[in-house]
Design a protein around this ligand. Structure first.
Ligand SMILES: Nc1ncnc2c1ncn2[C@@H]1O[C@H](COP(=O)(O)OP(=O)(O)OP(=O)(O)O)[C@@H](O)[C@H]1O
Ligand SMILES: [Mg+2]
Length: 208
């Protein structure tokens, strides 16, 4: 895949947010970072001081992992792309973070309660878009069970939110669960997982 992001002085920022825990924010943040790292200077940032991303320092020394950087300075750090992982609650820092972001990725499981919980994050995104008019966002369905897919109820709920639903579906795969220890799915053998991460990266880049 060829990734082309025009960066003039300022890094692009992709923030991964959803107030619900366990929807795959950190897993996708990490796998996207390893994917973009093939062609860009990438940093992964954890704004949760207890966050799991910081633990990746031991398993992937080649990735720049920054903890809790000052938002005022972050955009001028010497990177092409900065991926920011956020905690599973509506931190009072999210509005400032959304203000400096270029893209907000909202991963969710396809369950009714997971999808309903997106609304508060979407509300914050829409508020941020009033000032940061170039801000883009997209919802990605994660941990989709094989065969069961997404139900019509969930599809129509998501459509009612007036938000972009990405075409890429990330399925429930052991390779994703193992990815923090294996260095990311792109280093492994699971071709379908690789395709899903490349497809997600491409969809994001195409709107950046
Ligand atoms: N596509 C997937 N297939 C299988 N397992 C997954 C997938 N995505 C995430 N997981 C697993 O689901 C669990 C939750 O994922 P993760 O920690 O990335 O979520 P999170 O949204 O960052 O959680 P928190 O909000 O608590 O930080 C982890 O055990 C992870 O390995
Ligand atoms: Mg997390």
């Amino acid at each position: 895949m060829h990734i082309s992001i025009v960066c003039l002085f300022m890094a692009k920022i992709i923030t991964i947010a959803h107030q619900k825990g366990g929807v795959g924010k950190s897993t996708l943040a990490y796998n996207l970072a390893t994917c973009f790292q093939e062609q860009l200077r990438v940093a992964l940032v954890d704004i949760d001081l207890q966050g799991s991303i910081s633990d990746l320092r031991t398993t992937n020394p080649s990735l720049d992992i920054i903890s809790d950087e000052d938002f005022d300075k972050i955009k001028s750090l010497n990177y092409d792309l900065i991926i920011i992982d956020t905690p599973p609650y509506l931190s009072n820092r999210l509005p400032d973070l959304f203000h400096i972001s270029d893209y907000i990725l909202i991963p969710t499981k396809a369950g009714f309660f997971d999808v309903m919980a997106i609304r508060s994050t979407l509300h914050l995104v829409k508020e941020a878009m009033k000032k940061n008019t170039d801000l883009k966002s997209g919802i990605v369905l994660n941990m989709i069970k094989h065969r069961s897919g997404i139900t019509e109820e969930v599809k129509s709920l998501l459509n009612s939110f007036d938000a972009v639903l990405l075409n890429t579906l990330i399925h429930d795969r052991v390779s994703f669960a193992r990815s923090p220890i294996t260095g990311g799915v792109l280093l492994g053998e699971d071709e379908k997982a690789k395709e899903e991460i490349y497809s997600l990266a491409e969809e994001i880049v195409n709107t950046l």
